[in-house]
Design a protein around this ligand. Structure first.
Ligand code: NAD
Length: 472
């Protein structure tokens, strides 16, 4: 049993003022395997006060000093990569193949931020004015459980590069990832108060941070519903916001694509991180003229997907993070059938191979119309929908007919054609014939998938404000 009893304020591990004990589970078994003592609003206020005290000195550190700090943070987090991997697998059942990438990502984002900072000019000339980019102040950061370690490190990296100080509220379900990462960050020996980590409930600690007048900036990754509430809170004191929210990403398979390659890749996109990914490609758009062929390949490909023990390197789909999330996914699978979609693979209930834990059968629906609930709402589980289109213009219209705009995928044998299609899709990132990631490119969403961008120069500037200085 894990017992996590401390939070991190002003450079030290301290016992929270909050008293609530929250159960942690192993989702692969459904059993309770630990407890975390949660912070409360008073802890959040103490963390903000520490970050506020640290800001004046930290904001005056030189670029070279902050590059050196980021490199130290990178080394410290890298040294705990195996522990992060272990926490990811145990805490939310991330399949080990996926968790390995995520565990490496937690340290690499710190090195990436150091590289960006090294080449960034904080002063530029604009006409007769000198424009100086200045750090915003205390930044509040709120992260979700699906790669909490990576989000903590990524947001903190950008804040430190900019010269901001931070109060981080990780997901209450990610106490183990947070514990390992906090220990690693502490090892790097930053000045007290530069970062503070207070695990607690969203409506308590998250609310206290996003309404606090001394917080200048909020960087949030999570659901669109919570993002909306945060935007409302932030408006009271005009906090700057970066919101990385949900998605319902289209995978546009053009009529010239090799379906034997494109459909399995589309299912991989739909089921990544067990379907618990904001960028999951869950709406698979196929040409109506090739529907039968696409369905047959999708049925075969779904049957090959291994669901079960997240520690098995062959496993592609692990458990859902919680019983509540499992119920939610079951609910969508029911609604899909009630609204007239047809099950091609999977369905309700546990997969045949497992008797316990919060596992979902990798599910593919066909005969899905884009106005059905399963095509409009983020399910956050391994449920993919095949949607037919008539021609390229129709495919683009369906791809864009969504309140979201985080990511899209285009698959085609003709890359210039795929690029033309990509240019007409309203999404923050479009992947053509690949599922790869580029850490130097801006990441974020159009429409209700968010506001602002993370990573690279854009991510750094999200923690800066320009000041123009004119002289006679
Ligand atoms: P969530 O929105 O329920 O919670 C995210 C965080 O917000 C948690 O730390 C939670 O405690 C906190 N929170 C909850 N209520 C709050 C409030 N009123 N005020 C302040 N904070 C509050 O999301 P989740 O279930 O943890 O994560 C899944 C969601 O995150 C999905 O919608 C997914 O698409 C999204 N997500 C987006 C990205 C992206 O980069 N765009 C990445 C990963 C996940």
């Amino acid at each position: 049993m894990y017992a996590i009893n401390q939070i991190y304020i002003d450079g030290a591990f301290v016992t929270p003022h909050g008293q609530e004990l929250y159960d942690l589970h192993n989702p692969a078994t459904g059993e309770v395997n630990g407890q975390v003592r949660l912070a409360d609003a008073e802890d959040a206020r103490r963390a903000v006060a520490a970050a506020k005290r640290a800001f004046p000195a930290f904001s005056r550190t030189s670029k070279a000093e902050r590059v050196a700090l980021l490199r130290r943070l990178h080394d410290a987090v890298k040294a705990r990569e195996n522990d992060i991997l272990e926490a990811l697998v145990e805490e939310y059942g991330a399949p080990v193949s996926r968790a390995a990438w995520m565990a490496g990502h937690a340290s690499s984002v710190l090195a990436d931020a150091a590289d960006v900072l090294e080449h960034y000019a904080f002063e530029q000339q604009a006409g007769r004015a000198l424009v100086r980019m200045e750090p915003l102040g205390v930044a509040g950061m709120i992260t979700p459980w699906n790669n909490d370690a990576g989000f903590i490190c990524g947001k903190l990296a950008a804040a430190i590069a900019a010269g901001c100080t931070a109060v981080i509220k990780p997901s209450e379900m990610s106490a183990r990832q947070t514990q390992v990462v906090t220990e690693a960050l502490h090892e790097a020996g930053l000045p007290p108060g530069v970062f503070n980590i207070v695990t607690g409930r969203g409506e308590v600690v998250g609310e206290a941070i996003t309404t606090h007048p001394d917080v200048a900036k909020v960087s949030f990754t999570g659901s669109t519903a919570v993002g909306r509430a945060i935007l409302r809170n932030a408006s009271e004191t005009f906090k700057r916001v970066t919101l990385e929210l949900g998605g319902k990403s289209p995978v546009v398979i053009l009529d010239d694509a090799n379906l034997r390659e494109a459909i399995p890749m589309a299912l991989q996109a739909a089921y990544m991180n067990s379907g618990q990914a904001c960028i999951a490609g869950t709406r698979i758009l196929i040409p109506a003229s090739r529907k039968a062929e696409a369905e047959a390949i999708a049925r075969d490909a779904a049957a090959q997907i291994k669901v079960g023990d997240p520690r098995d390197t062959e496993t592609a789909v692990g458990p859902m993070v919680s019983a509540k999330q499992w119920e939610r996914v079951q609910h969508y699978i029911r609604i899909g059938q009630e609204e007239g979609a047809r099950l091609l693979a999977g369905g309700e209930g546990l997969p045949g191979s497992v008797q316990r834990g919060w596992f979902v059968r990798p599910t593919v629906f066909t005969d899905v119309r884009n106005d059905m609930t399963i095509a409009r709402e983020e399910i956050f589980g391994p449920v993919a929908s095949l949607i037919t289109y008539d021609d390229e213009a129709d495919a683009i219209a369906i791809a864009n007919d969504t309140p979201y705009g985080l990511q899209a995928y285009v698959m085609s044998a003709d890359v210039p054609r795929a690029e033309r299609v990509a240019s007409q899709i309203t999404a923050g990132r479009v992947l053509i014939n690949t599922l790869s990631h580029e850490p130097k490119a801006p990441f974020g969403g159009f429409k209700q998938s968010g506001i602002g961008r993370e990573n690279g120069r854009f991510g750094l500037e999200a923690f800066l404000e320009p000041k123009s200085i004119l002289m006679p």
